[in-house]
Design a protein around this ligand. Sequence first.
Ligand code: GTP
Ligand code: MG
Length: 157
Amino acid sequence: MSAAAKKRAMLIGRSGVGKTTLCQYLNHEALRYHKTQTITLMNGGAMIDTPGEYLEIRNLQRALFVTSADAHLLLLVQAATENGTMFPPSFSQAFNKPALGIVTKIDLASPDQVAQAEKLLRAAGAREVYPISAVTGEGVPALSDALEEFGRSGGGI
Ligand SMILES: Nc1nc2c(ncn2[C@@H]2O[C@H](COP(=O)(O)OP(=O)(O)OP(=O)(O)O)[C@@H](O)[C@H]2O)c(=O)[nH]1
Ligand SMILES: [Mg+2]
């Protein structure tokens, strides 16, 4: 088993924030819109992609908890353009896993919007927050480095 397959990161965020697009970008694939319908292993098993509805619909949140058993790291994803958040304070604590935050769509947002999203993700339990754009690529190298470092470090952040 490769190191990438051993350490899995699970993406959680509202529908349309860009979870699948980010997986495609990290995998050097062409960006193609594809609605995520169910839990999907991506990037050779390094990422667990989830549908936004699993966060948005209370009865489906259980699926996130069950699936998180196979994950070593949570990636809480919030678009900079989102109004409010689906992540309550200390969201990640219930999973008992380390969490990083990702602010997507920074190409469409003001610096204030990015800062606000970052604040919400930290409140939700993200130890570090990475602002990115899958359109311009801004911020993605820093996120990739952090994910690689996580894989190498044996799971600690
Ligand atoms: N401008 C901009 N658009 C983005 C970015 N990331 C994703 N998008 C667009 O946002 C739309 C939704 O992206 P997805 O990756 O499908 O979102 P998702 O979080 O996987 O959504 P679900 O599968 O429904 O949970 C697509 O049209 C993407 O092209 C970004 O960084 N900037
Ligand atoms: Mg998706």
